[in-house]
Design a protein around this ligand. Structure first.
Ligand SMILES: NC(=O)c1ccc[n+]([C@@H]2O[C@H](COP(=O)([O-])OP(=O)(O)OC[C@H]3O[C@@H](n4cnc5c(N)ncnc54)[C@H](OP(=O)(O)O)[C@@H]3O)[C@@H](O)[C@H]2O)c1
Length: 269
């Protein structure tokens, strides 16, 4: 039972599923995302499911340093209690870096990287003193550089590496810190990552490795309980992750160089 559960990206996909899953396991839930109307609706649903649950809707843009600072202040001032932080908010951008927009790249770095680091720093001292845990949603992409998904994959490599390091730092205090590494999952992610006028990069391979949202959420909460460092939500995903981490870099470069293109290749000079 947690005193506080904080979920970023609670207006869609994994975030909503974490909130529903944890509705009976905390006294206070903080829902963070930009779309306030969806968060308010979810908050009503959660209160109806558990009348003793306090739900706080904290609508904010995690890509804004000012909004993140306000959230950090709010988290720092929460009353005492065992706390679970789920750093779940994130976004991608399918397409070549050369044609990317600086705005979208900045947004990805702020939300996928800076928000994770800052919110973790904000709650870590209380976790060490009062107990709790952190779930950081990384990705299978953390194990691979991905052309046409360059910033996203690099941002998730940050999340996985950061999580592993912090986990070791607070291990003796008994605070579990988990990196979740799903492959493709049906959520709003693909539509957000798709550039206008482009496909979302569907490939038959993706179908083979799709996992359900509920499996990721249930499995990751179990993995946190068992104080595991990483959670890959199926045998296939775990195997792919293992292969990626154990394949010589030269071979990976060769394979990734042959990838199917999501957008037309640039003209050769
Ligand atoms: N789905 C997949 O295939 C997959 C695979 C591996 C990892 N992941 C990771 O899983 C996490 C959750 O994604 P999802 O699949 O559930 O996608 P999703 O359905 O698109 O949800 C993304 C969530 O992040 C929030 N968000 C995005 N930008 C934000 C911002 N600037 N400020 C505040 N909140 C923001 C969105 O809320 P608002 O739009 O309301 O702000 C939304 O609630 C992400 O970190 C993603 O990288 C997804």
């Amino acid at each position: 039972m947690y005193g506080h559960v904080i979920i970023t990206g609670a207006s869609s996909g994994f975030g909503i599923a974490y909130a529903r899953r944890l509705v009976g396991e905390c006294a206070h839930m903080v829902l963070v995302a930009r779309r306030k109307d969806i968060l308010m609706e979810l908050a009503d649903e959660l209160r109806a499911a558990n009348s003793s649950l306090k739900v706080t809707v904290h609508a904010c843009d995690l890509a804004s340093p000012g909004a993140r600072a306000q959230l950090v202040e709010y988290l720092t001032e929460l009353p005492e209690g065992k706390t679970l932080l789920i750093n779940n908010a994130g976004l991608g951008d399918y397409g070549e870096y050369v044609t990317s927009t600086p705005e979208r790249n900045n947004q990805m770095l702020q939300v996928n990287v800076l928000a994770v680091a800052e919110l973790t720093r904000a709650v870590l001292p209380r976790l060490v003193k009062q107990g709790g845990g952190i779930i950081n949603i990384a990705s299978l992409a953390a194990d691979l550089f991905i052309p046409d998904f360059a910033i996203y994959a690099a941002s998730k490599a940050f999340v996985a590496s950061f999580t592993e390091a912090v986990r070791l730092e607070v291990r003796q205090a008994g605070v579990p810190v988990l990196a979740v590494c799903p492959g493709p999952v049906h959520t709003g992610f693909g539509e957000v990552a798709r550039r206008s006028g482009c496909t979302n990069g569907y490939s038959p391979f993706k179908k083979w490795v799709y996992t359900s949202v509920s499996k990721v959420v249930r499995g990751s909460l179990e993995a946190l309980e068992q104080n595991k460092p990483r959670y890959y939500p199926s045998r296939r995903i775990r195997l792919i992750g293992w292969l990626l981490r154990n394949t010589p870099l030269g071979l990976l470069r060769m394979v990734m160089g042959q990838r199917p293109r999501k957008v037309a290749p640039l003209p050769e000079k």
